[in-house]
Design a binder for this molecule. Structure first.
Ligand code: UDX
Ligand code: ADP
Length: 471
């Protein structure tokens, strides 16, 4: 079976870039990305490619090539569903904020709404692909909704799981050259096998066949959660050692290098930091913990929950370190933040460590001034308002946003580096130092700056995971 028409529900960080690359690589397939958020769709259709709603290096070129040819962005959800032979569900699955499983389980209401909408609208057979990260066994819920609420009993649905492994900031290269593509489906029936083959064929246009892995639906769903849990666990493991290094004169970067050269351990994801963020790690681990608890597996749940506990500790520890170093009071003191995004090369701020560090410092009445090359002020305020720690007015008085990094740092008592943007390394640090209050403190939460030269200028530096004898 050859797919001619794809619809993707959800034009976010996953749906947008993924569909843009599929459209670029499969010009014979019409790809329509739909979203209920009109503002987002308009931004995807903006002629000015610097205004796309998702910032990803290289994405503008891909969109430029495919948009209007076989890639379309629209709010006409029903029409796109009906025309498609394959529908990707790429809507958000945030952690539940209410009811059973609050703060842990994934909120599947958007997924369920999509399934009901597909069932209501579909007049021809559909292959429905789960792209969003979902708890294991969600496919059976989707299948049941589709089969039981369809308007037309003759319409047949096949469900596939095709989790996304792209990392933000490198989405385009990850999509063009993935380590693997995972496709889970019902491999016990001929219809199921046909659906799997149809999706394999799409990716086979640019991904070598041996990198396309097919499994049953449940393995695929669980592998996505597990891959993120393993990656996050590595970051929490190295972060736990960063604190020990600070006490023992070991240096976490040297330790990471030494252990990473063991090919059984490997060198990636061993960068100590102020804590991991992003839309996936925390959410997916909480989800895994919740699933384990549901099956009564308390030890399994506790094991994975510790990864989150360590991460929360690392963010708080960084903030408290600033407070204690600044003579135990930051009240009324200006503290400059360089970076707000959860990592470099993205405008995404979900679960960014910067939000939590800012929250702790605002509670101590410090004056924060932030510079981030891609995140706007409105987003930063929304992130803090979401925590609900203080009034919107207090937040806006306590945190100011600057378009110019030198202005953000001027007259500050301390600078905190929260995101590893490359441009920070190129700044005139002498100039920044000259305009600061003295002693000029610098807290590098990302281990990106060359500390000895900065110390020669006169900065008093804190670096995650080294002994920081000068503090
Ligand atoms: C992650 C997975 O990598 C990706 O495969 C999955 O599809 C979605 O979740 P993403 O959240 O975009 O991707 O970013 P990632 O590069 O994994 O970084 C997550 C967080 O960990 C960031 O805050 C990053 O700064 C932090 N991190 C990562 C570290 O602190 N140290 C490291 O060594 C690596
Ligand atoms: P992700 O990082 O998983 O892509 P985002 O929040 O960036 O998450 O994107 C999810 C998108 O899905 C949002 O733009 C949201 O408006 C959209 N969405 C959620 N529910 C529906 C729905 N029922 N129909 C269409 N779009 C939806």
């Amino acid at each position: 079976m050859k797919i001619k028409n794809i619809c993707c529900i959800g034009a976010g960080y996953v749906g947008g870039p993924t569909m843009a690359v599929i459209a670029q690589k499969c010009p014979q397939v019409k790809v329509t990305v739909v979203d209920i958020n009109e503002h987002r769709i308009n931004a995807w259709n903006n002629k000015d490619l610097s205004k796309l709603p998702v910032y990803e290096p290289g994405l503008d070129k891909v969109v430029e090539e495919a948009r209007g040819r076989n890639l379309f962005f629209s709010t006409q959800v029903d029409q796109a569903i009906d025309e498609a032979d394959m529908i990707f569900i790429s809507v958000n699955t945030p952690t539940k904020t209410y009811g059973k499983g609050k703060g842990m389980a994934a909120d599947l209401k958007y997924i369920e709404l999509c399934a009901r909408q597909i069932a209501r609208v579909a007049t021809t057979d559909k292959i429905v692909v789960e792209k969003s990260t979902l708890p294991v066994r969600t496919a059976s819920a989707i299948k049941s909704i589709l089969d039981n609420t369809s308007n037309d009993n003759k319409v047949k649905f096949q469900i596939l799981s095709n989790p996304e492994f792209l990392a933000e900031g490198t989405a385009v290269t990850d999509l063009l050259n993935p380590d693997r593509v995972l496709i889970g489906g019902d491999n016990t029936t001929s219809e199921g096998k046909e659906a799997i083959a149809a999706l394999v064929n799409i990716y086979a246009d640019w991904v070598p066949k041996q990198r396309i892995l097919t499994t049953n639906v449940w393995s695929s769903e669980l592998s996505k959660l597990t891959a993120n849990a393993f990656l996050a666990q590595r970051v929490s493991s190295i972060n736990s050692l960063s604190e020990l290094c600070e006490k023992t004169e070991a240096d976490v970067n040297e330790v990471a290098k030494a252990i990473g050269m063991d090919s059984r351990i490997g060198s990636k994801f061993l960068k100590a930091s102020v804590g991991f963020g992003g839309s996936c790690f925390q959410k997916d681990i909480l989800n895994l913990v919740y699933i384990a608890k549901t099956y009564g597996l308390e030890e399994v749940a506790d094991y994975w929950e510790q990864v989150i506990i360590m991460n929360d500790h690392q963010k708080r520890r960084f903030a408290h370190n600033i407070i204690s170093t600044l003579f135990n009071t930051v009240s009324g003191k200006k503290i400059a933040f360089l970076g707000w995004a959860f990592k470099k090369d993205t405008n995404d701020t979900r679960e960014s460590a910067a939000i939590y560090v800012a929250d702790e410092l605002l509670s101590e009445q410090s004056q924060i001034s932030v510079y981030d090359p891609k995140v706007n002020a409105e987003q930063m305020y929304t992130d803090l308002d979401y925590l609900n720690t203080r009034s919107a007015e207090e937040t806006r008085n306590g945190l100011l946003v600057n378009q110019d990094p030198y202005e953000a740092c001027k007259d500050a008592h301390a600078i905190a580096i929260l995101t590893e943007w490359d441009e920070f390394k190129t700044y005139d640090w002498q100039k920044i130092y000259d305009q600061m209050q003295k002693p000029a403190f610098l807290f590098d939460g990302r281990g990106i700056l060359d500390i000895p030269p900065l110390e020669e200028i006169g900065f008093v530096c804190y670096k995650i995971g080294s002994s920081n004898k000068n503090l």
